[in-house]
Design a binder for this molecule. Sequence first.
Ligand SMILES: *Cc1c(COP(=O)(O)O)cnc(C)c1O
Length: 450
Amino acid sequence: MDRKILLTEDEMPKRWYNIQADMPEPLDPMLHPETYKPTQLPPFLFSSELNRQEFSTDRWIDIPEEVLEIYRIWRPTPLYRATRLEAALKTPAKIYYKWEGVSPPGSHKPNTAIPQAYYNMKEGIERLTTETGAGQWGSSLAFATKLFDLECMIYMVRVSYEQKPYRKSLMHAWGAEVVPSPSNRTKTGQAFLEKDPDSPGSLGLAISEAVEDAAVNDNSHYTLGSVLNHVLLHQTITGLETKKQFEKIDAYPDAIYGCVGGGSNFSGAAFPFLGDKLKGDRKDLDVVSCEPAACPTLTKGLYEYDFGDVAGLAPIARMYTLGHDFIPPKIHAGGLRYHGDAPILSKLTHDGYMRAEAYHQTDVFDAVIRFAQTEGFILAPETAHAVKAVIDEALRCRETGEEKTLLFLNSGHGHFDLAAYDTYFEGKLVDYEYPTELVKRSLENLPKIK
Ligand SMILES: *Cc1c(COP(=O)(O)O)cnc(C)c1O
């Protein structure tokens, strides 16, 4: 039995999979933030090809050769069998993980940063703006823009800017400009700083700043590292590779796990398999989103129309949400602190094709340390949520004797998150109770759509 299942560069998929082609019901339309009328992504913010992909119902979308050429720097990525973790857990379950930590920025995010930079470059855009939380998306976009000779402007959530200096160094190494958000660069940032000069910032607020910057600069477009349909589409490269890798060993997962911040890494891994379930095969496939108990969008939020950003500049979409002005507590999995979730993943969850679990960060760190001490890799605190879920299921299989095949998307390494590990070792990691009152208040501010 092989420890890792590899593909050659020739075997790398050349098309992305669009699950919108196979959804039993179409998505609810995206709405304009002021008129509440159906709308596209604003053309002054997004490339027209990305806009086309956002609403496409074509099942397959070709990956441009220029994108494949860059993917080949680190793709195809390995699928691992976690034999040492299985042995430590004494489980009859088989645990597999798709390892995305081998990309230059260290996560799955360049899978979409590269095509986003490419299409914008093709359409004559010279500069891209974005927000970043823990810094994984910012560093991925900095990497991608540099390879296509574009300028890059990044609004980094202030708490991360201060607590996570090393991904900022990555962004600088790849030539991007980075400012803490709220910043003085935008009207939205200025308004927030006036109210609260010590604001820790939030992803929703940083999005507003990056959107405003792109809107007022003609040569600039905005990019988003998660949530949108075209981002999930680009991430399916991971699930498509995984499917081929399972074919090589004549296996198929019984359950798939992934952490969910906005939903992109997990959707990318799961959708090529979930497509089989939607077509009526593999009816028992269990598809499980793993989220933090401190930001429990899928498990405690509402499935309603909401804004994607605090200023209400971005289009509104129907999704699970905690309310666009919900500012989640400062947990260490910064990449999972978004108030909403991808509309496609939200709808498939709401309609019962997939489900969600929430975990506390101390349990999550217990699990990821177990992983480090058996499999060796030091994972991102975000990814650790999926590890917690898989270990729980593997232990359950030990009780029942089930020889299930479990798969998780291993979204990135934690080499720049070691401060969070230290907090855990010092016993200072705190579990946050679900702030019911705050969320209730935020949910009162949803847009009133008739
Ligand atoms: C950004 C990030 C996440 C969360 O974002 P999704 O869009 O839900 O994938 C998870 N893991 C890592 C390593 C990340 O960088």
